[in-house]
Write a protein that binds this ligand. Structure first.
Ligand code: FES
Length: 470
């Protein structure tokens, strides 16, 4: 074990990159240059990344896909930074944002035990007869809630000076640099349009770049190479489209810069999100979405835990379990909520069986056990009995849903009620179908699941928007 890997959670500490120091709440820790800050912290044993707003329940790594508020921290003075998608740099100063006095030991965590007394909007009912008490409560709750604090004025001025505002025009903007986004950007550029590709991660290829094998992996690599070589196409990585405003202005956050982008056509290839699962204490640090854990392990070489349980509703849960097992992690059991015996999981299920892993079909997770982090899981079997398994990580594989937040935000147009076009309620949307003012969906955002479909829908959407723009 080294300072870099004090818990032995890294797959390898040899030749994995340049070891650098950073500061976490006054402690000097070590990580690998360029890996997500969250991965470095997880490898160093940090499990509580923050606290929930109202009941101050502990929050840990959950999606590792920049799609939840759990890993948000203050980094070099900037509040609200998603540490699972922010690369570690030498000398970074990182602190958790919520918790009194700290997120690790937050005495406001006691709010959780009186949650029955403080349901949603309780202050409006309980103190409605006393204006004075109402305003006392209002001020107190405003102090307790929120996610961190704004920088002091002088610090804020320095941060603003580091920030920049730029504008950019392009015929087509493709949002998302996964397989569908790459295919759409290439198709649009080859149709003669100027294309800007916006990807929030540092790397292109999306989930497929991490999970595809054999021919598919080569295909993804080839798409990336062609994209980078295409002269009509500009690639912006580490950039997130965070808003779509009137007159078709897109706001893109790129590090400390805000870029105002105007385009004639847009392809939304933002992929899909893993769906969490409902059970008691499903927000305990240690409960992670399975693809998030897969990303942690495969892309960053950090193990999600030492003893892992899996709750699955699909075959991929078995594949992840088999990979963890091969990596030397103790897989304590799988609860598969599908009632039929496992058929599609093939080799992975067999590997697990041979190694004596308990496979429970027709079983559901009813609770995560342990405080403040997961130390076990309780499952209900199909016979009605319940089984407790000891673990320090519980991975949830529960299918995916399209990531269409940007379109939903535009559809709401600042209103409180979402007036969502019917098309956005459909699980699957054809790439030739204009959504709003010529926007098209492709890949996972359109409801597809395979690499073939991502390429096909990306190309179709790219050509369709280019036709309208050139
Ligand atoms: S956004 Fe980082 S864990 Fe979800």
């Amino acid at each position: 074990m080294t300072e870099l890997d004090p818990l032995g959670l890294r797959r390898s500490v040899d030749a994995i990159g340049h070891e650098i120091p950073f500061t976490f709440e006054g402690r000097r820790l070590f990580g690998i240059e360029g890996e997500p800050i969250a991965a470095a912290l997880h490898a160093q044993g940090v499990r509580i990344f923050g606290r929930s707003m109202k009941y101050h329940r502990p929050r840990g790594l959950h999606c590792l896909a920049d799609a939840c508020p759990n890993c948000s921290m203050r980094v070099n003075g900037f509040p609200g930074v998603a540490t699972c998608s922010t690369p570690l740099a030498t000398g970074d100063v990182v602190t958790r944002e919520r918790g009194v006095p700290t997120a690790e030991r937050d005495f406001l965590g006691a709010m959780d035990s009186v949650s029955r007394l403080t349901p949603v909007g309780f202050q409006y009912r309980r103190f409605r007869h006393s204006r004075r008490m109402f305003s006392v409560w209002e001020r107190l709750l405003a102090r307790l809630a929120g996610s961190g604090t704004l920088p002091e004025p002088r610090e804020a001025r320095a941060l603003v000076e580091q920030s920049a505002w730029t504008t950019r025009d392009s015929d087509i903007v493709v949002i998302g640099g996964g397989v569908a986004g790459l295919a759409a950007a290439l198709a649009a550029a080859r149709s003669g349009a100027r294309v800007l590709l916006v990807e929030r991660r540092a790397e292109l290829g999306g989930y497929a770049a991490m999970s595809a094998a054999g021919e598919d992996r080569a295909r993804v690599g080839n798409l990336e190479r062609l994209t980078r070589a295409e002269s009509q196409l500009e690639v912006m990585t580490g950039a997130t489209a965070i808003g779509w405003y009137a007159e078709d202005v897109l706001a893109v956050a790129a590090g400390t810069a805000m870029v105002e982008v105007r385009a004639t056509g847009v392809v939304l290839a933002t992929g899909s999100h893993e769906r969490p699962r409902r059970f008691m204490d499903n927000d305990r640090p240690g409960v992670m979405l399975a693809n998030g854990a897969e990303r942690l392990l495969r892309q960053h070489g950090v193990r999600p835990g030492r003893r892992v349980a899996i709750a699955t509703a699909e075959d991929s849960g078995y594949d992840i379990a088999a990979e963890l097992l091969t990596d030397g992690i103790d897989v304590v059991g799988i609860a598969d909520s599908r009632s039929s015996p496992v058929t599609g999981a093939g080799d992975s299920a067999e590997t697990l069986r041979v190694n004596g892993v308990d496979l429970h079909s027709g079983a559901t997770v009813v609770a995560a056990l342990g405080r403040p982090t997961v130390s076990g899981v309780r499952i209900a079997t199909r016979t009605g009995s319940s089984i407790d398994m000891e673990c320090d990580a519980l991975l949830v594989a529960n299918g995916r849903r399209p990531a269409r937040e940007l379109l939903l935000q535009r559809a709401a147009a600042g209103g409180l009620a979402l007036d969502v076009p019917d098309v956005l309620r459909d699980a699957s949307v054809e790439p030739t179908r204009p959504i709003i003012d010529g926007w098209r969906l492709a890949g996972g955002a359109g409801g597809t699941e395979t690499i073939d479909a991502a390429v096909e829908t990306g190309e179709t959407a790219g050509r369709a928007v280019a036709e309208g723009a050139t």
